[in-house]
Design a protein. Structure first.
Length: 560
């Protein structure tokens, strides 16, 4: 049985059989398609109310039948034939759509990126294919394609495909290939951001959130094309934004050539599905972007383990399926029957994986606890370095300890905790004192609960420390909001140290007014620049005082 690709959720089994029967058709090698095949596609498209794409090779064989647009159903790169850049791929795409209009830019970009022989778009009106548009690649044009005016089906089916494709390929070969603009061949996601401001969010907090989301997408190696905003009293239960705004998003995404929609808030699985069906492309939320960054940045086995657990916990309620593909539970008396759906099988598999990973994280917790116990036996005080992501924690650790931890002007550049010794000399007595400084994962506003749970082994470094050093990026416009967010997350973590010190970093990048404001609001804080090594000795002396007070508080009292 041949596979049907794309978004087949909710399609009846009888309609899937009709789609599978398309594989049995064979088109003439010298024609794009036959009139009968075009009307068969139109009838199925009208029945299932979804566009269809058929991929056909030059021998007329149907290679792939998919439900969705060309952008949604493109053939994976590893499954495409290997050909030189001066040749077309040897596959044409026949796509259906519910409008009489030229194919949108995302479809044309997909054609160019995959170097398809041609893209034929059939316009379905009144359950029939009324007209077609023919798109093909040409060298020396930007963008590198031509789209025909509307063609009647007779005109389309009478054209000699084999002669045309030979002519197109010769032009491309003579020109040395097709020069594709960056946005066409780039593997980076082209992102349209959507911000929804509700009544409980201030205008400043909303805009700060969108700026942060842009940084998150950039850190996840995506390209932000534009941002759309909507103000609502509360999110729409089905589509987050209103119905009219959904249509605006769809039109703008097509115009910009976006292939991904990112919302500035968590959205439910059903909302994501509804939006994807309406807009015709992938929709994700802020949490999924953060998880993607963590997956890219995890370098150690510990980090990868915790990221995998967070991803599976996020994925479990978002599993999709129609519940029509069945698998047997057993092969004996009492086991025969309807079995369980593929969706249930996947859910059970993920639940088993989560359970196994939870056990491994528990083992990791126990391992870290043993390491901390050894430190405590050595009676070396520990300071946990906490703060908003990109505040400069790893940079500070490097300049104080020569740790050589990876640093970058990115959100969540480092995930794995690193502990190093700092030796501090008291100026009065010249006595040398050793402190352990532990760098922890950066915090962020509304840190996803799945990450807090998965990274509990890492966050325990905070609870077991003698004191906290809270580093703040003073150059960030929302530094006050960052302080509040970090404090909220710390309050959720039980048994954090009583003593803490706030250090404002990057003072070399701020105005005198901002510096004076922070000094007035936080007179006990230290003001430093890790990169310029400003006031680091002052910071060390404050750390020494902090530890002495913390140890005095936690030391057992003598009883008489």
């Amino acid at each position: 049985m041949q596979n049907i690709y794309g978004n087949i959720q909710g399609i009846k089994s009888s309609h899937l059989k009709k789609l599978q029967q398309l594989y049995e058709d064979r088109q003439p090698a010298d024609r794009f398609i036959t009139l009968e095949f075009a009307q068969t596609l139109a009838a199925i498209t009208a029945t299932i109310q979804h566009p269809i794409c058929c991929y056909i090779n030059r021998r007329g064989q149907i290679l792939r039948v998919s439900v969705g647009t060309p952008n949604q159903t493109q053939i994976p790169a590893e499954e495409l034939p290997r050909r030189s850049a001066e040749r077309l791929i040897g596959i044409r795409c026949i796509a259906t759509q519910f409008k009489s209009a030229t194919p949108d830019e995302t479809a044309l970009i997909t054609m160019a990126r995959q170097r398809l022989d041609a893209l034929v778009t059939l316009s379905i009106v009144n359950n029939q294919a009324e007209e077609a548009f023919l798109a093909y690649l040409v060298p020396d044009l930007q963008p590198p394609w031509i789209v025909s005016p509307p063609l009647s089906l007779d005109d389309l089916t009478e054209q000699d495909f084999s002669d045309l494709v030979a002519e197109w390929e010769k032009d491309i070969s003579d020109a040395g290939g097709i020069v594709l603009p960056q946005e066409v061949f780039s593997e980076q996601d082209r992102v349209l951001l959507i911000g929804v401001q509700t009544d409980n969010v201030s205008a400043q907090r909303f805009e700060d959130g969108l700026v942060e989301l842009t940084r998150l997408v950039d850190s996840a190696k995506g390209i932000v094309l534009d941002t759309m905003r909507q103000k609502r009293s509360q999110p729409h239960p089905q589509t987050v934004v209103g119905k009219g705004k959904v249509e605006e998003i769809k039109l703008l995404a097509q115009k910009l050539g976006a292939n991904l929609i990112v919302f500035d808030r968590d959205i439910s699985p059903s909302q994501a599905r509804n939006l994807e069906n309406e807009i015709g492309m992938r929709v994700v939320d802020r949490t999924e972007v953060i998880l993607d960054i963590f997956a890219q940045r995890a370098r150690t086995q510990e980090g990868k383990l915790q990221v995998e657990l967070a991803q599976l916990e996020y994925m479990l309620p978002r599993l999709r399926g129609r519940g029509q593909e069945m698998s047997r539970l057993g092969a004996g008396i009492g086991t025969r029957g309807p079995g369980e759906t593929k969706l249930e099988t996947e859910r059970r598999t993920i639940q088993r994986q989560i359970s196994q990973l939870q056990q491994e994280v528990n083992q990791l917790q126990a391992h870290r606890a043993r390491i901390r116990q050894q430190r405590q036996q050595q009676e070396i005080p520990v300071v946990a370095l906490v703060g908003y992501t990109n505040a400069g924690k790893s940079t500070l650790l490097n300049v104080l300890t020569n740790a050589e931890v990876y640093t970058a002007d990115q959100l969540f550049a480092t995930l794995d905790p690193t502990t190093r010794k700092v030796v501090i000399t008291q100026p009065e007595t010249q006595e040398r004192r050793t402190i352990l400084l532990t760098d922890t994962v950066g915090f962020i506003h509304e840190l996803p609960p799945s990450l807090v749970d998965a990274f509990r082994a890492t966050l325990e470094e905070v609870t077991e420390a003698d004191a906290l050093l809270h580093l703040v990026d003073l150059s960030h416009p929302a530094w006050e909001s960052h302080i509040a967010s970090v404090q909220e997350i710390l309050e959720e973590i039980s048994a954090i140290p009583d003593k803490s010190l706030i250090a404002f970093n990057k003072i070399d990048r701020v105005s005198s007014e901002t510096l004076a404001e922070a000094q007035q609001k936080y007179p006990q804080a230290v003001f430093i620049s890790a990169t310029e090594r400003l006031s680091l000795e002052t910071l060390k002396q404050h750390l020494l005082q902090l530890i002495e007070v913390a140890i005095e508080i936690t030391a057992p009292q003598n009883s008489y």
